[in-house]
Design a protein around this ligand. Structure first.
Ligand SMILES: [Zn+2]
Length: 312
Protein backbone atom coordinates (compact mmCIF):
# COMPACT_ATOMS: atom_id res chain seq x y z
CA UNK A 1 0.00 0.00 0.00
CA UNK A 2 1.29 3.43 -0.92
CA UNK A 3 1.60 5.37 2.25
CA UNK A 4 4.96 7.10 2.14
CA UNK A 5 5.34 10.66 0.89
CA UNK A 6 8.53 12.56 0.26
CA UNK A 7 8.46 16.08 1.71
CA UNK A 8 11.02 18.55 0.39
CA UNK A 9 11.80 21.94 1.91
CA UNK A 10 13.77 23.85 -0.72
CA UNK A 11 15.65 26.75 0.87
CA UNK A 12 18.15 29.26 -0.45
CA UNK A 13 20.92 27.62 1.62
CA UNK A 14 19.82 24.01 2.11
CA UNK A 15 17.33 21.59 0.68
CA UNK A 16 15.94 19.35 3.42
CA UNK A 17 13.91 16.28 2.60
CA UNK A 18 12.23 13.51 4.52
CA UNK A 19 10.19 10.35 4.12
CA UNK A 20 6.90 10.75 5.93
CA UNK A 21 4.34 8.02 6.58
CA UNK A 22 0.57 8.40 6.35
CA UNK A 23 0.25 9.58 9.93
CA UNK A 24 2.88 12.31 9.68
CA UNK A 25 5.79 10.41 11.21
CA UNK A 26 9.21 11.16 9.77
CA UNK A 27 10.94 7.90 8.85
CA UNK A 28 14.21 9.18 7.48
CA UNK A 29 15.71 12.39 6.17
CA UNK A 30 18.58 13.88 4.22
CA UNK A 31 19.72 17.21 2.87
CA UNK A 32 21.61 18.98 0.11
CA UNK A 33 23.59 22.22 0.19
CA UNK A 34 21.85 24.47 -2.36
CA UNK A 35 24.71 26.94 -2.66
CA UNK A 36 27.25 24.31 -3.71
CA UNK A 37 25.47 24.26 -7.08
CA UNK A 38 25.91 28.03 -7.50
CA UNK A 39 23.95 29.05 -10.54
CA UNK A 40 23.67 25.64 -12.15
CA UNK A 41 19.97 25.02 -11.95
CA UNK A 42 20.03 21.78 -13.94
CA UNK A 43 22.74 20.27 -11.73
CA UNK A 44 20.81 21.26 -8.65
CA UNK A 45 17.59 19.67 -9.89
CA UNK A 46 19.44 16.48 -10.85
CA UNK A 47 21.14 16.34 -7.44
CA UNK A 48 17.76 16.83 -5.77
CA UNK A 49 16.26 13.93 -7.72
CA UNK A 50 19.30 11.76 -6.95
CA UNK A 51 18.95 12.54 -3.24
CA UNK A 52 15.26 11.59 -3.25
CA UNK A 53 15.99 8.32 -5.07
CA UNK A 54 18.92 7.54 -2.72
CA UNK A 55 16.75 8.15 0.32
CA UNK A 56 14.09 5.76 -1.01
CA UNK A 57 16.69 3.13 -1.86
CA UNK A 58 18.34 3.33 1.57
CA UNK A 59 14.94 2.63 3.08
CA UNK A 60 14.25 -0.26 0.69
CA UNK A 61 11.36 1.59 -0.89
CA UNK A 62 10.59 1.74 -4.57
CA UNK A 63 8.34 4.12 -6.41
CA UNK A 64 5.33 1.86 -5.94
CA UNK A 65 5.53 2.47 -2.18
CA UNK A 66 5.43 6.22 -2.63
CA UNK A 67 2.25 8.29 -2.82
CA UNK A 68 4.01 11.39 -4.09
CA UNK A 69 6.62 14.10 -3.67
CA UNK A 70 5.59 17.44 -2.14
CA UNK A 71 8.02 20.35 -2.55
CA UNK A 72 7.94 23.76 -0.91
CA UNK A 73 9.90 26.53 -2.64
CA UNK A 74 10.88 29.99 -1.35
CA UNK A 75 9.08 32.15 -3.88
CA UNK A 76 6.21 32.41 -6.30
CA UNK A 77 4.95 29.01 -7.40
CA UNK A 78 2.02 27.96 -9.60
CA UNK A 79 0.85 24.75 -7.91
CA UNK A 80 -1.71 24.01 -10.65
CA UNK A 81 0.75 24.11 -13.56
CA UNK A 82 3.64 22.89 -11.40
CA UNK A 83 5.84 25.81 -12.41
CA UNK A 84 8.26 27.77 -10.23
CA UNK A 85 7.62 31.35 -11.39
CA UNK A 86 10.37 33.08 -9.45
CA UNK A 87 12.70 32.50 -6.48
CA UNK A 88 14.04 35.84 -5.21
CA UNK A 89 16.97 34.29 -3.29
CA UNK A 90 18.06 31.55 -5.70
CA UNK A 91 19.67 32.96 -8.85
CA UNK A 92 18.34 31.93 -12.26
CA UNK A 93 15.00 30.48 -11.29
CA UNK A 94 12.35 31.91 -13.60
CA UNK A 95 9.42 29.89 -14.94
CA UNK A 96 10.93 26.47 -14.26
CA UNK A 97 8.55 23.52 -14.97
CA UNK A 98 9.92 21.69 -11.92
CA UNK A 99 6.97 19.33 -11.46
CA UNK A 100 7.48 17.84 -14.93
CA UNK A 101 11.26 17.55 -14.52
CA UNK A 102 10.95 15.63 -11.28
CA UNK A 103 8.02 13.46 -12.38
CA UNK A 104 9.80 12.48 -15.56
CA UNK A 105 12.93 11.35 -13.74
CA UNK A 106 11.36 9.73 -10.70
CA UNK A 107 8.06 8.48 -12.22
CA UNK A 108 6.49 9.61 -8.95
CA UNK A 109 3.59 12.09 -8.76
CA UNK A 110 4.99 15.49 -7.76
CA UNK A 111 3.34 18.60 -6.31
CA UNK A 112 4.75 22.08 -5.69
CA UNK A 113 3.77 24.96 -3.46
CA UNK A 114 5.19 27.96 -1.70
CA UNK A 115 7.38 26.98 1.29
CA UNK A 116 5.41 28.95 3.88
CA UNK A 117 2.19 27.35 2.61
CA UNK A 118 3.74 23.95 3.35
CA UNK A 119 4.92 25.08 6.81
CA UNK A 120 1.33 26.20 7.41
CA UNK A 121 -0.10 22.86 6.22
CA UNK A 122 2.38 20.99 8.43
CA UNK A 123 1.58 23.03 11.56
CA UNK A 124 -2.14 22.76 10.82
CA UNK A 125 -2.27 18.99 10.44
CA UNK A 126 0.48 17.86 12.82
CA UNK A 127 1.60 20.81 14.91
CA UNK A 128 0.27 23.79 16.85
CA UNK A 129 -2.78 24.20 14.61
CA UNK A 130 -4.17 20.70 14.89
CA UNK A 131 -7.97 20.74 14.98
CA UNK A 132 -8.40 24.44 14.08
CA UNK A 133 -10.42 25.69 11.09
CA UNK A 134 -9.19 29.28 10.83
CA UNK A 135 -5.58 30.12 11.48
CA UNK A 136 -2.69 32.26 10.35
CA UNK A 137 0.89 31.02 10.38
CA UNK A 138 3.66 33.60 10.40
CA UNK A 139 7.37 32.87 10.03
CA UNK A 140 9.84 35.40 11.41
CA UNK A 141 13.19 35.27 9.62
CA UNK A 142 15.14 37.20 7.00
CA UNK A 143 11.75 37.64 5.42
CA UNK A 144 8.38 37.51 7.12
CA UNK A 145 6.18 34.83 5.57
CA UNK A 146 2.54 34.06 6.06
CA UNK A 147 0.14 31.20 5.37
CA UNK A 148 -3.64 31.17 5.76
CA UNK A 149 -5.98 28.33 6.64
CA UNK A 150 -9.51 29.66 6.12
CA UNK A 151 -12.65 27.59 6.65
CA UNK A 152 -10.55 24.46 6.90
CA UNK A 153 -8.51 24.86 3.70
CA UNK A 154 -5.31 26.54 2.58
CA UNK A 155 -6.06 29.91 1.01
CA UNK A 156 -3.66 30.63 -1.88
CA UNK A 157 -5.24 33.66 -3.56
CA UNK A 158 -6.04 34.19 -7.23
CA UNK A 159 -2.39 34.34 -8.35
CA UNK A 160 -1.15 31.97 -5.60
CA UNK A 161 0.50 34.92 -3.87
CA UNK A 162 -1.70 35.37 -0.78
CA UNK A 163 -0.27 35.54 2.73
CA UNK A 164 2.46 38.16 2.25
CA UNK A 165 2.24 39.35 5.83
CA UNK A 166 5.76 40.80 5.63
CA UNK A 167 4.65 43.29 2.99
CA UNK A 168 1.66 44.71 4.80
CA UNK A 169 2.54 48.34 5.52
CA UNK A 170 2.50 49.27 9.19
CA UNK A 171 3.72 52.82 8.51
CA UNK A 172 2.72 54.60 5.31
CA UNK A 173 5.71 56.94 5.59
CA UNK A 174 8.13 54.19 6.56
CA UNK A 175 11.32 53.04 4.78
CA UNK A 176 11.18 51.74 1.20
CA UNK A 177 11.05 47.99 0.63
CA UNK A 178 12.36 45.84 -2.26
CA UNK A 179 8.74 44.86 -2.98
CA UNK A 180 8.06 48.44 -4.10
CA UNK A 181 6.08 49.43 -1.02
CA UNK A 182 6.88 51.62 2.00
CA UNK A 183 6.90 50.88 5.70
CA UNK A 184 6.36 47.14 5.20
CA UNK A 185 6.13 45.00 8.35
CA UNK A 186 9.32 43.19 7.26
CA UNK A 187 11.29 46.48 7.36
CA UNK A 188 10.74 46.54 11.14
CA UNK A 189 11.05 42.92 12.24
CA UNK A 190 13.04 41.12 9.52
CA UNK A 191 16.22 39.52 10.93
CA UNK A 192 18.54 41.98 9.19
CA UNK A 193 16.62 44.98 10.48
CA UNK A 194 16.67 43.56 14.01
CA UNK A 195 20.39 42.84 13.75
CA UNK A 196 21.20 46.35 12.49
CA UNK A 197 19.22 47.86 15.33
CA UNK A 198 20.67 45.50 17.96
CA UNK A 199 24.27 46.08 16.85
CA UNK A 200 23.76 49.83 17.12
CA UNK A 201 22.21 49.63 20.59
CA UNK A 202 24.85 47.27 21.97
CA UNK A 203 27.70 48.87 20.00
CA UNK A 204 28.95 45.51 18.75
CA UNK A 205 29.26 44.82 15.04
CA UNK A 206 29.45 41.06 15.52
CA UNK A 207 26.37 40.72 17.67
CA UNK A 208 23.88 38.04 16.63
CA UNK A 209 20.20 37.87 17.58
CA UNK A 210 21.04 34.93 19.85
CA UNK A 211 23.37 37.22 21.84
CA UNK A 212 20.52 39.62 22.46
CA UNK A 213 18.35 36.71 23.59
CA UNK A 214 21.13 35.55 25.91
CA UNK A 215 21.37 39.01 27.43
CA UNK A 216 17.60 39.15 27.86
CA UNK A 217 17.76 35.76 29.59
CA UNK A 218 20.33 37.19 31.99
CA UNK A 219 17.95 40.05 32.75
CA UNK A 220 19.72 42.79 30.78
CA UNK A 221 17.20 45.64 30.76
CA UNK A 222 18.11 46.97 27.31
CA UNK A 223 17.89 43.50 25.78
CA UNK A 224 14.50 42.84 27.37
CA UNK A 225 13.40 46.26 26.08
CA UNK A 226 14.72 45.38 22.59
CA UNK A 227 12.52 42.26 22.41
CA UNK A 228 9.57 44.12 23.90
CA UNK A 229 9.82 46.67 21.10
CA UNK A 230 10.12 43.90 18.53
CA UNK A 231 7.05 42.20 19.98
CA UNK A 232 5.20 45.53 19.85
CA UNK A 233 5.89 45.77 16.10
CA UNK A 234 4.78 42.15 15.65
CA UNK A 235 1.60 42.81 17.65
CA UNK A 236 0.87 45.95 15.61
CA UNK A 237 1.42 44.00 12.40
CA UNK A 238 -1.03 41.35 13.52
CA UNK A 239 -3.90 43.69 14.47
CA UNK A 240 -5.03 44.16 10.87
CA UNK A 241 -4.90 40.40 10.27
CA UNK A 242 -6.92 39.70 13.41
CA UNK A 243 -9.55 42.30 12.47
CA UNK A 244 -9.75 41.22 8.82
CA UNK A 245 -9.73 37.44 9.13
CA UNK A 246 -10.99 36.76 12.67
CA UNK A 247 -8.73 33.70 13.08
CA UNK A 248 -8.84 31.38 16.09
CA UNK A 249 -5.09 31.00 16.12
CA UNK A 250 -1.90 32.74 15.07
CA UNK A 251 1.12 30.46 14.96
CA UNK A 252 4.51 32.13 15.10
CA UNK A 253 7.47 30.24 13.66
CA UNK A 254 10.94 31.00 12.30
CA UNK A 255 14.24 31.56 14.11
CA UNK A 256 13.13 34.41 16.35
CA UNK A 257 10.21 32.34 17.65
CA UNK A 258 12.69 30.09 19.50
CA UNK A 259 12.60 32.75 22.17
CA UNK A 260 8.86 33.21 22.07
CA UNK A 261 8.75 33.78 25.83
CA UNK A 262 10.08 37.32 25.31
CA UNK A 263 7.44 38.06 22.70
CA UNK A 264 4.20 36.35 23.71
CA UNK A 265 3.00 38.65 26.49
CA UNK A 266 3.56 41.88 24.58
CA UNK A 267 2.04 40.55 21.35
CA UNK A 268 -1.05 39.33 23.21
CA UNK A 269 -1.36 42.61 25.13
CA UNK A 270 -1.15 44.74 21.96
CA UNK A 271 -3.81 42.63 20.25
CA UNK A 272 -6.07 42.77 23.33
CA UNK A 273 -5.71 46.54 23.53
CA UNK A 274 -5.91 47.49 19.89
CA UNK A 275 -7.76 44.85 17.86
CA UNK A 276 -11.57 44.81 17.70
CA UNK A 277 -13.18 43.17 20.71
CA UNK A 278 -14.83 40.07 19.19
CA UNK A 279 -11.75 39.18 17.14
CA UNK A 280 -9.30 39.89 20.00
CA UNK A 281 -11.26 37.71 22.40
CA UNK A 282 -11.19 34.71 20.07
CA UNK A 283 -7.60 34.73 18.82
CA UNK A 284 -4.74 32.92 20.54
CA UNK A 285 -1.09 33.52 19.70
CA UNK A 286 1.15 30.45 20.02
CA UNK A 287 4.61 29.27 19.05
CA UNK A 288 5.07 26.78 16.20
CA UNK A 289 5.49 23.17 17.31
CA UNK A 290 7.29 21.46 14.45
CA UNK A 291 10.25 23.83 14.04
CA UNK A 292 12.38 23.01 11.01
CA UNK A 293 10.35 19.91 10.15
CA UNK A 294 7.13 21.80 9.43
CA UNK A 295 7.87 22.24 5.71
CA UNK A 296 8.74 18.56 5.15
CA UNK A 297 5.62 17.40 6.98
CA UNK A 298 3.61 19.98 5.04
CA UNK A 299 4.92 18.34 1.86
CA UNK A 300 3.26 15.13 2.98
CA UNK A 301 -0.02 17.00 3.66
CA UNK A 302 0.12 18.53 0.17
CA UNK A 303 0.65 15.10 -1.42
CA UNK A 304 -2.10 13.52 0.67
CA UNK A 305 -4.63 16.26 -0.10
CA UNK A 306 -3.70 16.34 -3.79
CA UNK A 307 -4.01 12.60 -4.28
CA UNK A 308 -7.31 12.00 -2.49
CA UNK A 309 -9.61 10.15 -4.85
CA UNK A 310 -6.85 9.18 -7.25
CA UNK A 311 -6.52 5.55 -8.18
CA UNK A 312 -3.00 4.49 -7.36
ZN1 LIG B 1 7.52 45.15 1.11
Amino acid sequence: MKKISVGVDFGGTNIKMGLVDGSGRMIDRSHLVTKSFARNKKKLINALVDSILDLLEQNHLNKKDVLGIGLGLPGLVDPVKGIVNFLPNVPGWHNVPLKNFIQKRTKILTFLDNDVNLVTLGEWKYGAGKGYRNLVCMTLGTGIGGGLILNGALYRGEGFAAGEIGHMPINEKGPGCPCGGYGCFERYVGNQQLLDKGRKIFKNKNFQLEDIFDLANQGNVRAVQFWRETATHVGNGLIGIVNLLNPQLIIIGGGVSNNFKFLRKTITRIIDQRAMKVQAKIVKVVKSKLGDDAGILGGQVLVKDSTIGRKN
